[in-house]
Design a protein around this ligand. Structure first.
Ligand code: GLN
Length: 428
């Protein structure tokens, strides 16, 4: 059988191809020379599967899609406080190259507009690095997200630098507020090199999938960035990634995203997939026309909007029954699925409502596939309170989802692999 997904992508691209509206980014002459008909789309799942259609191995410059990744590197290299002191996280609702800074502090509003991105570039790597080392740190960092060594397009870089008056103006303003501490020209040079990193649609999907996969590249398995940084970056992408179209995007597509003026567009759906599209003609916001319509379609066809309320998960308490009889009777709460706060709350409620009369109570995790920290703590508190009520509590945990369970003060628990194991041992 052929997979369904690539055929779906081919069909979506076929429909998108007809739209030839929009224009190439003319302010960077070298970009204006791009082939406007290029079109590609890739889905990369968090478990490393890659589906693509169209021009997925054509290289183009990453441009502003580098911004969330360079911001991630700055956060990793300098820490949150140092970065937040210099770049805010408020949506600006303005164009990407707007010359606007917070009036009192001179801080750029967020790291997705040029002012914030130029600042974030200056914060990647250590403070002691030379400008060239900093560029290398950024290129290597982006490469780790992509899972292969990336290079830069020197022609596009030179072309942009010749016309970089606006970014230079922004950088000089930043320098006057001491947000930048180095020579503004050097920083703009480094930032422009960062924007000139060559990627394919496949690379971009992998970079997005690394964010979707909590910072671990799904193919190389390398941890590129820690989870708190991922959460920060995805949050900023979702509020600021599409500039002055961020509100439309948030409501209609609802996937944390970032666009670039060479025609790339990425979306990262936490825990699910990284998506990338490539089509060079841009709308008035500087976002790829066909890219935006493809994302709208992907989101609605496949219910990818992050605010889509998931169908209530199957009840976490699969059954509540008694095994054995008389003094050996055990009340069993057979649990299933993933256990986070809301599932744990259901378990607590079930235990309270049942008010078991049996001495033995077993919490059976055999069908549970994951349990997070809050789920674990609440479960252990149920164990403790049941012990204090005079129960003998068992945890059926064949996969060791709760290693070394410690129910704390006054709590006691016996861990078994199966309930039969417990019953057999008490028979003897
Ligand atoms: N290098 C471009 C610039 O700074 C990136 C802009 C973009 O992709 N939106 O103007």
């Amino acid at each position: 059988m052929r997979s369904v997904v690539p055929d779906y992508l081919i069909e979506a691209l076929g429909d998108a191809r007809a739209d030839t509206s929009g224009a190439l980014a003319a302010y960077i002459p070298e970009l204006a020379a791009a082939d406007p008909e290029r079109l590609g789309a890739v889905f990369a799942t968090v478990d490393g599967e890659v589906y693509g259609a169209g021009d997925i191995d054509t290289e183009f410059t990453i441009q502003s899609i580098s911004k969330p990744f360079a911001y991630a590197l700055a956060l990793a290299d300098r820490g949150f406080d140092a970065v937040l002191a210099k770049v805010g996280v408020e949506p600006s609702g303005e164009a990407f190259n707007q010359i606007s800074l917070e009036s009192d502090t001179g801080r750029p509003l967020n790291p997705m507009i040029n002012a914030g991105a130029i600042t974030a570039h200056s914060l990647a790597g250590s403070a002691e690095m030379t400008a060239a080392e900093r560029v290398q740190r950024v290129v290597d960092g982006l490469s780790a997200f992509a899972g292969r060594q990336l290079t830069t397009d020197t022609a596009v870089c030179a072309s942009e630098l010749e016309h970089a008056h606006r970014n230079l103006a922004i950088a000089h303003m930043l320098r006057s507020h001491d947000i930048l501490t180095e020579d503004p020209r050097t920083v703009v040079d480094g930032y422009t090199r960062q924007c000139s990193v060559l990627v394919t649609t496949r690379d971009l999907a992998m970079m997005a999938a690394t964010l979707a996969n909590r910072g671990i590249n799904p193919v190389s398995g390398a941890r590129v960035i820690h989870e708190p940084v991922v959460r920060q970056v995805l949050s900023v992408m979702s509020t600021c990634g599409m500039y002055d179209a961020a509100g439309d995007w948030a409501t209609q597509v609802g996937i944390p995203a970032k666009s670039g003026v060479a025609g790339g567009l990425i979306g990262a759906l936490p825990g699910q997939i990284g998506i990338a599209t490539f089509s060079p003609r841009l709308d008035r916001h500087g976002n790829s026309v066909r890219g935006v319509s493809l994302f709208e379609r992907f989101s609605s066809d496949m219910g990818l909007h992050v605010m889509e309320v998931p169908a209530a998960a199957r009840a976490v308490v699969r059954s509540n029954h008694v095994v054995g009889a008389g003094r050996d009777a055990i009340r069993v709460l057979e649990l299933q699925g993933g256990v986070g706060f809301s599932a744990a709350e259901r378990i607590v409620r079930e235990a309270v409502d049942t008010a078991p009369t049996e001495v033995g109570v077993a919490l059976d995790l055999t069908m549970v596939y994951s349990i997070d920290d809050v789920g674990r703590r609440m479960l252990l508190e149920v164990v403790r309170r049941l012990t204090l009520d005079g129960h003998e509590v068992y945890l059926v945990d064949p996969e060791t989802l709760v290693p070394d369970p410690d129910p704390g003060d006054g709590g006691r628990v016996t861990v078994v692999k199966t309930l039969e194991q417990e019953q057999n041992s008490s028979d003897r």
